[in-house]
Design a protein around this ligand. Sequence first.
Ligand code: NAG
Ligand code: NAG
Length: 385
Amino acid sequence: MLALVSAVTLAVLIPTLAAPTPGVNIPITKSAGPVQPNSYIIKLKNGVSKNSHLQSILSNFVAGSSLRYKYDVFNGYAVMLKGRDVDFLRQSKDITYIAEDRIASIDDFSDHGLEVSERPNQGFDVSPRSVATGTDAGAGVDIYSLDSGIYLDHEQFEGRARWGATFGNYSDIDDNGHGTHTAATAVGKTYGQAPEANVIAIKVLNRKGRGQTSDIIGGINWAYNAFKQGSRPAIATMSLSGIADDATDEAVNNAIAGGLHFTVSASNSDMDMSNLSPAHVPAANTVGAVDDNNEKADFSNYGPLVDVQAPGVNILSAWIGSPDASKRLNGTSQSTPYVAGILAVAISKYGNKSPTDLSADLKSHASPIVTGEPEGTTNLLATKW
Ligand SMILES: *[C@@H]1O[C@H](CO)[C@@H](O)[C@H](O)[C@H]1NC(C)=O
Ligand SMILES: *[C@@H]1O[C@H](CO)[C@@H](O)[C@H](O)[C@H]1NC(C)=O
């Protein structure tokens, strides 16, 4: 009863309390792609205290809106906004933008309807049985996998995979397979480039390989906080993309500025990736895909913001269903964790560096041998050093 009375009172008071400041009627940033209805990401102006802002805003919501996430890596939050609360929030002078909550998806390029048993495994292994150990194998480094989760009990992980967190209304399992595949490409005992690194599952994608930007930023935020609170060098890897999105870009940029390395996929539409997030974040290591002849994979995106190329065709790695399940997949989803593994080994061998310096090392040790890239796109093949 009390709650009802106060809600009614507030509804009456709002027009006086929140009289529109001239010029404040923030437009809602629309996404060109699919969005989650009623879900928004709010960016606050620099210097605005998130907690004070939220305190005043939340108590004035009258239509059942609710806070979903408060972010640290980004001065903002995610909220479900209903009815006239949308117009109320648009009057806040604290806000830089209100963006629709865009849907992003995985960057492999395969027929998910076919199971391993139905498709003969053919082709060569880009990741032959690893003989590396210790610092040559990424020991001491953490890889945060923002994906569909990881099948922790897969034998490829030897207990080096653990569950970090889940963002979105999902169970703590990899019900897609994509996250298990990408994780083992980074750290799997025989499929991985860094077979002694650890991998931490941050589930931000559903069983269809899709996820909301608000959840993905929740995952970046979690990885960044875990990295900051821990003492191990770390890489976040994201084999996913969506239409360019300022909030995602800013979260990734801030995390990189704080020392967390990122590998991100260029995606698979055989087009310039400059309009995709997080692919187009310049400070992230953006990875394209090549085949076993070091020729551009026909699906791979390209463009000036691709940093390196890596193997992404017929990549054999772990799958869900049983502890020894495997599958071959194509995509920049596959080439991206390969580079995460390479970075883990470099950090382990030579010590951690700033993301800028490690990216420079990655490029200076890469081989300029990739063919078939359009002019203006790197021909550097990521190579261990
Ligand atoms: C979460 O998912 C479950 C199962 O799909 C569903 O029953 C429930 O309503 C969902 N909860 C929310 C808050 O969306
Ligand atoms: C990957 O690409 C190769 C070469 O185009 C093709 O033969 C193979 O069937 C593809 N694999 C999948 C899983 O789509």
